[in-house]
Write a protein that binds this ligand. Sequence first.
Ligand SMILES: Nc1ncnc2c1ncn2[C@@H]1O[C@H](COP(=O)(O)OP(=O)(O)OP(=O)(O)O)[C@@H](O)[C@H]1O
Length: 227
Amino acid sequence: MSKPILQLKDASIFQGDSLVLSNVNVKINKGDFVYLIGKTGTGKSSFMKTLYGDLPLIKGEGHIVDFDLKNLKEKDIPFLRRKLGVVFQDFKLLTDRTINDNLLFVLKATGWKDKKEMSTRVEEVLTKVDMKTKGFKYPHELSGGEQQRIAIARALLNNPELILADEPTGNLDPQTSVEVMEVLQDINKNGNTILMATHDYALLLKYPSKTLKCDENEVYEVVQRKG
Ligand SMILES: Nc1ncnc2c1ncn2[C@@H]1O[C@H](COP(=O)(O)OP(=O)(O)OP(=O)(O)O)[C@@H](O)[C@H]1O
């Protein structure tokens, strides 16, 4: 069996000195689509931040896309993030430039040099999220759902081994949430591994999948009841 993409063993997640989650034992394999649910303030974002190196892992073990979270150095973080695609609730697109330039900016920052290869890659990821014709637009000229699709395209640029999506539909209306979810489902079917934090139970019911829940300082798998 291949190695898990993410594995935490007896990990604790802290915000400063305060313990947010303890005894965290989580395994995610290649190709999985996993939800992370839980009420506001139960630690979903703190969990995600630990995975992309924004919070240190102080206690327990954590391995993600071949990085050891416990021994992660400041200089490793850009390389870790290159293997992850991170999608946020508020899109985080650069407002002063077009969609194409947003995507080219990331490619340049991650070491791409060949102009032709860069424009081909931009077109490929925009096609994956069905936004091929919108590259010349500025973020404010797009709807929230379209901006989130661009953020997903941006996350795909460097063929990430794992996509971490923190409340990706949190700012969207129900119909648009479903459209964005369809995009995430498509890219999962094409082989991308996804961990998605959400409090949108309607999406869980519509697209059932393995679900982890943060509650009372712990993370555990919940089994969805059918019907
Ligand atoms: N920067 C911070 N400094 C100190 N404590 C924080 C910080 N961010 C969050 N916390 C605390 O950590 C706990 C978990 O917060 P976190 O944001 O991870 O929860 P969440 O489940 O993602 O909530 P939400 O659904 O509202 O985003 C909360 O008690 C919160 O107050």
